[in-house]
Design a binder for this molecule. Structure first.
Ligand SMILES: CC(=O)N[C@H]1[C@@H](OP(=O)(O)OP(=O)(O)OC[C@H]2O[C@@H](n3ccc(=O)[nH]c3=O)[C@H](O)[C@@H]2O)O[C@H](CO)[C@@H](O)[C@@H]1O[C@H](C)C(=O)N[C@@H](C)C(=O)N[C@H](CCC(=O)O)C(=O)O
Ligand SMILES: Nc1ncnc2c1ncn2[C@@H]1O[C@H](COP(=O)(O)OP(=O)(O)OP(=O)(O)O)[C@@H](O)[C@H]1O
Length: 490
């Protein structure tokens, strides 16, 4: 594509009249630049991409997008916000692929990964070829690709959508983080369905106030149905039991579909029975009411199922197929995942890393617990500090024994993070063990027959970030080793 053709997609840009090279790729990392690339300088949180423009030109970049003039041997196009410009350019460069996909975006503090996986499962059951983008991985059909962010940067995102179109994907479902919405990573995405799960405290290191956090998520709904003059209908699927939905309802031009348990909604669950092996409930929809059974556990998963059912129904998937799919779905990796080595106590690994999700998971466990409940929990470094005392308070409130430990301390001292957690609790019902492996071993050594241990925070993750180092660490493997060692000792 010619540079000037590409630039014509930037609405606020009209002045470029220089050279017009053919652009063979767009890159935001100077190390990825090839001959013919357009290099976009992004001011990062660690380094400034503008400092790598020279290197990009040496590597073959034929034009540069930047937020200020640069002294390099290639045309420099100055824009106000290069990250947003990148989203528009990537969308254009890859042929606006989201116009050709049925795209479902899921946002909310908790439940995004679970809900997107349920939707993917339902769509596959309906014989659709699916694409999935989220925290665990990117998946196209059966092929998976690793990913660094819940919602990737626009370049990778649009490249992925293009691959999905090329591979014949019918339904693409993705997690849309508030960071991505705020930074404009998803600018240019043409969503057909936007789903809201819930809003509770998280990410205040980035958004600063709950209001800003709520507004960032609102961008998914305010932009839905406004941006493109398409014939395709647009739907906003909202959790009626969450107060933030009232706000999103008023800001969207799309058709609103609501779901809930407590508040009258289009799609509802009633008569919910939860047992250790799963749940059953009346699923009430405009297409009829059926009693469904699922292996997923916890009231929060009823919400995730309702969100997924609503999104699937407005996507035209038959009700009977949806019901069949939810009856056979098993869990999502690292979400309420049990570690079973035949021991006589239960070990659950769960990704709960917000006060609300920790509370929900512990409340669910409390429903079955006959004996003691242990929780191993920590808080990430360089992230929302205000949630640390709240996480500790929740752990101590619902567990008999809380073990505070490290969870991705990053550049912070783990001891300081743990002191921040301890500040939230006055009782002595906790133990602090800095080393996460030791903490897990401690819980497993202490557990008696019938006890339940929740290892919270890292779920499917297979690493710990300590300082600059990323070390291999998988809660599930560590728990397995600890159980086996304990058996050998016994
Ligand atoms: C705070 C944040 O969002 N950081 C993101 C950002 O990294 P950064 O700002 O540190 O980038 P940087 O290293 O400073 O680099 C700046 C620019 O220089 C370029 N560069 C750098 C070095 C070089 O030699 N040459 C070069 O060109 C880089 O390619 C980049 O374009 O850009 C990276 C590349 O896209 C992202 O992966 C990274 O996300 C990090 C991993 C992150 O943790 N982000 C969190 C806050 C986040 O976005 N989380 C949400 C979900 C949260 C949730 O719901 O739980 C998400 O969607 O993932
Ligand atoms: N609807 C929900 N409401 C509250 N808590 C939930 C809900 N769904 C899941 N959880 C809890 O939150 C944890 C994370 O769930 P999930 O990965 O689906 O959310 P997420 O929104 O993708 O999280 P993240 O943005 O951090 O990746 C689960 O392990 C569970 O403990």
């Amino acid at each position: 594509m010619k540079l000037q053709t590409l630039l014509s997609y930037l609405h606020d840009f009209t002045t470029y009249v220089g050279e017009n090279p053919t652009i063979t790729s767009i890159e935001m990392d100077s190390r990825e630049v090839k001959k013919g690339s357009l290099f976009i300088c992004i001011k990062g949180f660690t380094v400034d991409g503008h400092d790598f423009a020279k290197q990009a030109v040496e590597n073959g970049a034929v034009a540069i997008i930047a937020e200020r003039p640069l002294d390099v041997d290639a045309p420099v196009i100055v824009v106000r916000d290069s990250r947003r410009a990148m989203a528009v350019l990537a969308d254009a460069f890859y042929g606006q692929p989201t116009h050709q996909l049925h795209l479902i975006g899921v946002t909310g503090t908790n439940g995004k990964t679970t809900t997107t996986h349920i939707i993917e499962h339902i769509a596959r059951k309906a014989n659709k070829k699916t694409g999935l983008i989220g925290t665990v991985h990117i998946k196209i059909g059966d092929d998976t690709y690793p990913t660094k962010n819940t919602t990737p940067e626009s370049l990778l995102l649009q490249r992925t959508f293009k691959q999905m179109v090329d591979e014949g994907v019918d339904v693409a479902v993705m997690e849309v983080s508030s960071h991505a919405l705020h930074m404009g990573r998803v600018h240019g995405c043409d969503y057909d369905v936007a789903v809201f799960t819930n809003l509770t405290q998280d990410h205040l290191d980035y958004h600063e106030t709950m209001e800003e956090y709520r507004n960032a998520k609102g961008l998914l709904f305010s932009q839905l149905g406004n941006r493109y003059d398409h014939k395709r209908p647009k739907f906003a699927v909202l959790n009626n039991d969450d107060p933030a939905s009232q706000y999103y309802k008023h800001m969207t031009a799309a058709t609103v579909i609501t779901y809930g348990i407590e508040t009258d909604s289009d799609i509802m669950a009633k008569r919910i029975d939860i047992v250790p092996s799963g749940m059953s409930f009346d699923l009430i929809t405009p297409h009829g009411t059926v009693r469904v059974k699922t292996r997923l556990i916890g009231l929060f998963n009823v919400y995730n199922l309702l969100a997924a059912v609503s999104a699937s129904l407005v996507s035209g998937i038959p009700f009977s197929v949806i019901v069949e799919a939810i009856e056979e779905i098993s869990g999502v990796a690292g979400r309420f995942e049990t570690v079973d080595e035949g021991q006589n106590f239960t070990v659950i690994v769960d990704y709960a890393h917000t006060p609300d999700s920790l509370e929900n998971v512990l409340k669910t466990i409390r429903q079955f617990a006959q004996k003691k409940v242990y929780v191993v929990v920590g808080c990430g470094g360089d992230r929302d500090r205000t949630k640390r005392p709240l996480m500790a308070k929740t752990a101590v409130k619902y567990a008999d024994v809380a073990i505070f430990t490290s969870d991705n301390p990053r550049s912070e001292e783990p001891e300081q993070i743990l002191r921040d957690m301890e500040a939230g609790v006055s009782s002595e019902r906790y133990v602090t063990i800095v080393d996460r492996k030791e903490a897990i071993y401690y819980a497993i050594e202490q557990a008696q027959e019938g006890d339940i241990i929740l290892i919270a925070g890292k779920g499917h993750e297979t690493y710990q970030i300590i300082g600059d180092r990323v070390i291999d660490f998988d809660d599930r493997l560590v728990a397995r080793e600890a159980i086996k060692e304990r058996k050998n000792i016994c």
